[in-house]
Design a protein around this ligand. Structure first.
Ligand code: SF4
Length: 295
């Protein structure tokens, strides 16, 4: 949960999640909907699917015991080298380097590594430094200290250098380069994609939702039916539905890492004729005043 999200935001989600899934076996046996429901609002839903998948792997391939080496941990979906290093160092007090965003910034400034950390060469340099600095003992304390120093002192903007224990040897400070390290990602113009999303509302005020495929954006989440253009026919497995009062609403723009998505919402009134049958695994009428509980 803490990948890409701050601690204060995560705490209530974490508590609810642990209350519902106290053991890895509870998480492994839950449905995708149950897991995603407890993640609703946190964003980056791939993390939830990865965590769920990792729990299943731990149960089926490791007999419910958490793997203890960086290499084994990296076989679990969603766990990269830095997260694996953090688990090994913090939970098992075993030597392993980490390189999360905060530690990258701290090391880059302290050693005046000027390139963008996303570049392979800069990334390699930072990993070498992270490994070379590892102490022989107290690895958990060292790792926590590096993460905290990066997060609370060597902050992205306005680092609190006067409170930093490394101030005397910091190369970025010595060369007045703090503002430009770490180097910025080269800017490029993101492509814009456009889709129409259909808000089909029935007489009871419910809205029709479709379950998305497991991979791709918003994977496995319930979403409004969509098509390339507002004038397109919606592909509904629901022959007995009469649609009328079509109305285009104002566009919404949502930005992802690799593209901008322009959404054209289209509102339609839907009236059910008799005898209509729906595939309940993939479609549902969602009451707008629902608390959203899943069973
Ligand atoms: S002296 Fe300032 S820039 Fe250097 S490591 Fe400390 S907080 Fe970061």
């Amino acid at each position: 949960m803490l990948q890409q999200t701050q601690v204060n935001t995560v705490i209530p989600y974490y508590l609810r999640f642990m209350d519902r899934f106290p053991r890895v076996t509870d998480l492994a046996s839950a449905s995708t909907d149950q897991v995603l429901h407890l993640w609703t609002g946190l964003g980056y839903y791939a993390r939830a699917r990865n965590l769920h998948d990792a729990a299943k792997t731990i149960v089926t391939q490791h007999r419910g015991r958490f793997p203890s080496s960086v290499l084994e941990l990296m076989q679990l979906r969603g766990i990269g080298k830095s997260t694996a290093g953090a688990i090994v160092a913090l939970a098992m007090n075993t030597r392993a380097p980490i390189l999360d965003g905060n530690v990258k910034r701290l090391l880059a400034r302290f050693h005046k590594i000027e390139g963008w950390p996303g570049r392979a060469k800069t990334n390699r340099q930072l990993w070498e430094l992270a490994e070379s600095k590892l102490p022989e003992r107290d690895i958990a304390k060292y790792t926590q200290a590096m993460m905290d120093l990066g997060a609370t002192v060597c902050k992205r903007s306005k680092p609190a250098c006067e409170e930093c224990p490394l101030i005397d040897d910091c190369e970025a400070r010595r060369h007045n380069l703090i503002a430009s390290i770490p180097g910025k990602k080269p800017r490029k113009t993101l492509p814009v994609k456009s889709i129409a999303m259909f808000i089909l509302q029935n007489d009871a005020g419910e809205v029709l939702l479709e379950k998305r495929p497991p991979s791709g954006i918003w994977g496995s989440l319930w979403s409004l039916p969509e098509a390339a253009h507002p004038q397109d026919t919606i592909d509904l497995p629901y022959p007995g539905l009469e649609l009328k009062n079509k109305r285009e609403l104002s566009k919404i723009r949502h930005s992802f890492t690799h593209f901008h998505l322009e959404i054209i919402p289209v509102h339609l009134c839907a009236r059910e004729k008799t005898g209509a049958v729906m595939d309940s695994q993939s479609w549902l009428w969602y009451p707008l005043n629902s608390s959203g509980k899943t069973s």
